[in-house]
Design a protein around this ligand. Structure first.
Ligand code: PEP
Ligand code: MN
Length: 263
């Protein structure tokens, strides 16, 4: 169902002012985790002012260590809804388990499937049963074939609003947190009508590398970016090292506009 042979024209995912696919490039920005009312409202205003149309923020966090901050859970979802009320930004947030899908749908405009859950088939089917758009992240050890088949699990349940998100894979290389393969963008565009979103924050793990990789992703023809932005990255409760300050994010948006106009 994801194949271009089945449907030659690109799928456009639209929710509120966030439009991703076809000739539309949408930017989703915000903190790794929702941490407080003040933090999420502040960053929402800042990313909106810079031109983002989606607000990301994890309330249920899949942390590598069980001893790390696990997210504000439903309280965090309420804060995201508050930020949406004020800014109109579309809310993108992760759902970790099928039992939470109905609750997440009450707050989120886009359900994010995290890299660790790309092959959680019951979860994929559960979000496939909704009509809420889904951002499906590539598992760090998944092949493109496995990635596309994971998307099929969602499409097969009738939800056609699926975005594919490249967020980096695990390789022998250790200078970056993951290895971000940008050839995925044109390759997936040859194979599928689904929009392709790039996550240079998790893809590199290093804030200074994020702006140039955003420009490169736009040049490669991506349909969207998802970026971590924090009002004070040094105090972030998760992924501070890869989070942009609002100022750097605004400059990055400026550069991306120029690249988009040039291609
Ligand atoms: C995230 O977006 O904060 C996240 C946990 O991403 P990933 O699932 O790609 O690791
Ligand atoms: Mn993160």
């Amino acid at each position: 169902v994801a194949s271009k042979e089945t449907k030659p024209d690109p799928t456009v995912v639209q929710t509120r002012d966030l439009k991703i696919g076809g000739s539309h490039v949408g930017v989703i920005a915000g903190p790794c985790s929702v941490e407080s009312e003040e933090q999420i409202l502040q960053v929402a205003r800042q990313v909106k002012a810079a031109g983002a149309t989606g607000l990301r923020g994890g309330a249920f966090k899949p942390r590598t260590s069980p001893y790390s901050f696990q997210g504000m859970k439903e309280e965090g979802l309420k804060l995201l809804a508050l930020a949406r009320e004020e800014t109109g930004l579309a809310i993108v947030t992760e759902v970790m388990t099928p039992e939470h899908v109905d609750m997440l749908c009450q707050y989120a405009d886009v359900l994010q499937i995290g890299a660790r859950n790309m092959q959680n088939y019951h979860l994929l089917q559960a979000v496939g049963e909704t009509r809420t758009p889904v951002l499906l992240k590539r598992g760090p050890s998944a092949s493109i074939e496995e990635f596309l088949l994971a998307a099929e699990y969602i499409l097969d349940q009738g939800n056609q609003q699926v975005m594919l998100c490249e967020r980096g894979i695990r390789t022998f290389e250790t200078h970056t947190r993951f290895t971000l393969p940008l050839a995925t963008v044109p390759y997936l565009h040859e194979r599928t009508h689904l929009p392709v979103v790039i996550d240079p924050s998790h893809g590199t793990g290093i804030a200074s590398l994020v702006p140039p990789m955003c420009a490169a992703a736009i040049a490669a023809g991506c349909d969207g970016l998802i970026l971590e932005v924090h009002p004070d990255p040094s105090r972030a409760m998760s992924d501070g090292a890869q989070s942009l300050t609002p100022e750097v994010f605004a400059n990055t948006m400026e550069t991306c506009r120029k690249v988009a106009a040039a291609i």
